[in-house]
Design a protein around this ligand. Structure first.
Ligand SMILES: Nc1ncnc2c1ncn2[C@@H]1O[C@H](COP(=O)(O)OP(=O)(O)OP(=O)(O)O)[C@@H](O)[C@H]1O
Length: 345
């Protein structure tokens, strides 16, 4: 089965997409990024709905960027499913193969088998409006797979679902995707979708790839503020000399590992402890800070602090009351060196 190798360049007024994208056969790659990063543009370029201004798209070593969308052998699942409303689930799935000349009875038998595989044997005769959001999403996926596409594209496949259905569907979608032998590219701005469904994440910001890797690498070693916020870490750039990293002006953090030169330092908000007075026998990183904001964060409170560095700290509501944390309140922050990871920038 064919691998995807693409360099997508699309120029618009005030926006340029310039992104390299690779996916091996059977690999699910999530394209993750903030609004306006160019995710949809990239997906539409792969599908052939937007022309490339430069670059290339190769599938199994064959250039497909000059080929019309309907001849690219690409399966697409859009977020709003786009099922034919007047056809049953079975007819929707059989439609593609029928258009490719597969005899009616065989197309229907294949469609029935595909629907059964995603647990929809009992819904095969229903029209899209008689299906739940999660069921319609599965029909759309199966329909995209029915023609045996060489590349599968998913555009925010769970976005239209309510929270509960989203949870169930997300859990099953991964298994359904395993039935596709070719590469899959999934576009989402939901980090959970990306991490649960994809083998590898490609982070897109301002039309450029800023980081790529598996979920574990990306969550432990973010390389941009967007990714750091996404995974809930404090992130700084600095210069390392052994375990000391100068991160801002003459402010230096002691970190867990020896590094040299340009590095990132990352640590979770829960690793930052707050005190009313300078802590005694303190950990190596201690600095005065001022509370800028107090936000709810699950069961904890997230405290945003200004000072020599801007930092987020998670504290319990009880600790927040005890310390009288409110905007403008001066505090001491401390961080154990073992909690601060440094890695090359
Ligand atoms: N048809 C178009 N013509 C001109 N500019 C466009 C067009 N479609 C999108 N853009 C611009 O291209 C940029 C990227 O948009 P795109 O929709 O690809 O981003 P996205 O990452 O998918 O965002 P979102 O998550 O909001 O859907 C944006 O600045 C957008 O305004």
């Amino acid at each position: 089965m064919s691998a995807l190798d693409a360099h997508l360049v699309v120029r618009r007024d005030g926006f340029t997409l310039d992104a390299e994208l690779r996916a091996a056969a059977g690999e699910v790659v999530a394209l993750l990024g903030p609004n306006g990063a160019g995710k949809t543009t990239a997906l539409r370029a792969l599908a052939g709905l937007v022309a490339l201004d430069d670059g290339h798209i190769e599938l199994g070593g064959e250039r497909i960027d000059g080929i019309a969308p309907e001849h690219r052998h690409i399966g697409v699942v859009f977020q709003d499913y786009l099922l034919f409303p007047h056809l049953s689930a079975l007819e929707n799935v059989a439609f593609g193969p029928r258009c490719r000349g597969v005899p009616r009875s065989r197309a229907r038998a294949q469609a029935a088998e595909l629907l059964a595989r995603v647990g929809l044997a009992g819904q095969a005769g229903r029209k899209p409006r008689q299906l739940s959001g999660g069921q319609a999403q599965r029909v759309a996926l199966v329909r995209a797979l029915a023609t045996g596409p060489r590349l599968l594209l998913l555009d925010e496949p769970l976005a239209a679902l309510d929270a509960r259905t989203r949870l169930d569907t997300r859990a099953h979608l991964r298994g359904h995707l395993a039935g596709h032998a070719g590469p899959t590219v999934l576009v989402t701005h939901d980090p959970l979708d990306a991490m649960m469904l994809a083998d590898r994440l490609v982070i897109l910001e301002h039309g450029r790839v800023v980081q790529t890797g598996d979920a574990a690498t990306i969550t432990s070693r973010p390389r941009t503020d967007y990714v750091a916020r996404l995974v809930g870490l404090n992130l700084y750039r600095g210069r390392a000399d052994g375990d000391l990293v100068r991160v801002a002006g003459d402010f230096t953090l002691t970190t867990a590992g020896p590094q040299h030169g340009d590095v990132f330092v990352a640590f979770p908000p829960a690793a930052v402890a707050l005190y009313a007075a300078r802590p005694e026998g303190s950990p190596r990183n201690t600095w005065p800070a001022t509370v800028a904001a107090v936000l709810r964060h699950g069961d904890a409170l997230r405290i945003e602090l200004t000072g020599p560095i801007t930092v987020a700290a998670d504290v319990t509501p009880a600790a927040a009351v005890q310390l009288g944390l409110e905007p403008g309140r001066p505090v001491w922050a401390s961080l154990k060196a073992t909690e601060a990871t440094s890695y090359p920038a």
